[in-house]
Design a protein. Structure first.
Length: 222
């Protein structure tokens, strides 16, 4: 059995800092990719609207226009759903990266307990520590954080597209105005609760599933 000499605290801190920077780089790369995906999706959706506007001026509200509108809406909804799925996955990855960095801060505090009161972010991997890192110590309601998330934003846009698709289909079927309105609203709401809400619940299950080897009471200084 090989015996390891005592590692100096300075070397420990350097090793922890190297891992910390690696996690920060991964987090930055992940969200750069996600923002690029969201921008590309919105560009595609905007281009589809331009195509529909130009086509309507050429062919009017004909069956050909309705056929084009339906398939463009389907394409935008499919790509938008894939984008929202990537945003949801990135949010899960981001949460786990925050947990990992909190564990590193726990090691910093173990090396020098006096730095705890100077940390704005959390230094434990329990819910209080992770929440502190996300809100930077500011009091913020959980519901506000959820509705302000990139995933809910992308999912809401997709629900609006789904509502538009329902309206086009209802109009093509010759439904009256009130029927078109009802089907449009029902399609948007159904998409939100059948696709967006279950995906958010999956994120919440991930948040409750991580192990907490370094629990703490990081909220006391906030």
């Amino acid at each position: 059995m090989i015996e390891h000499p005592e590692v100096p605290l300075a070397v420990r801190a350097q090793l922890l800092a190297t891992e910390h920077w690696s996690l920060l780089a991964t987090r930055s790369q992940t969200w750069n990719e996600v923002m690029g995906r969201i921008s590309a999706q919105f560009t595609f959706a905007s281009a589809s609207l331009v195509v529909l506007a130009v086509s309507q001026q050429v062919v009017g509200m004909s069956n050909a226009f309705r056929f084009l509108a339906v398939w463009l809406a389907v394409a935008v909804l499919i790509t938008g759903s894939l984008t929202a799925l990537r945003v949801r996955n990135a949010s899960q990855e981001d949460m786990l990266l925050v947990v990992a960095m909190n564990r590193l801060r726990a090691a910093y505090v173990a090396i020098d307990p006096t730095i705890a009161e100077h940390l704005v972010t959390g230094w434990s991997d329990d819910e209080a520590g992770v929440t502190r890192t996300y809100v930077m110590g500011l009091p913020r309601r959980r519901l506000a954080t959820v509705f302000a998330s990139a995933f809910i934003f992308a999912g809401t846009v997709n629900a609006i597209v789904a509502a538009g698709l329902g309206a086009v289909i209802a109009g093509a079927a010759g439904a009256p105005d009130w029927g078109t309105l009802v089907l449009s609203g029902a399609t948007g709401v159904a998409y939100f609760f059948l696709v967006v809400y279950p995906a958010h619940r999956g994120y919440s299950r991930t948040a409750r599933s991580w192990t907490v080897p370094f629990p703490g009471r990081t909220s006391e200084l906030g």
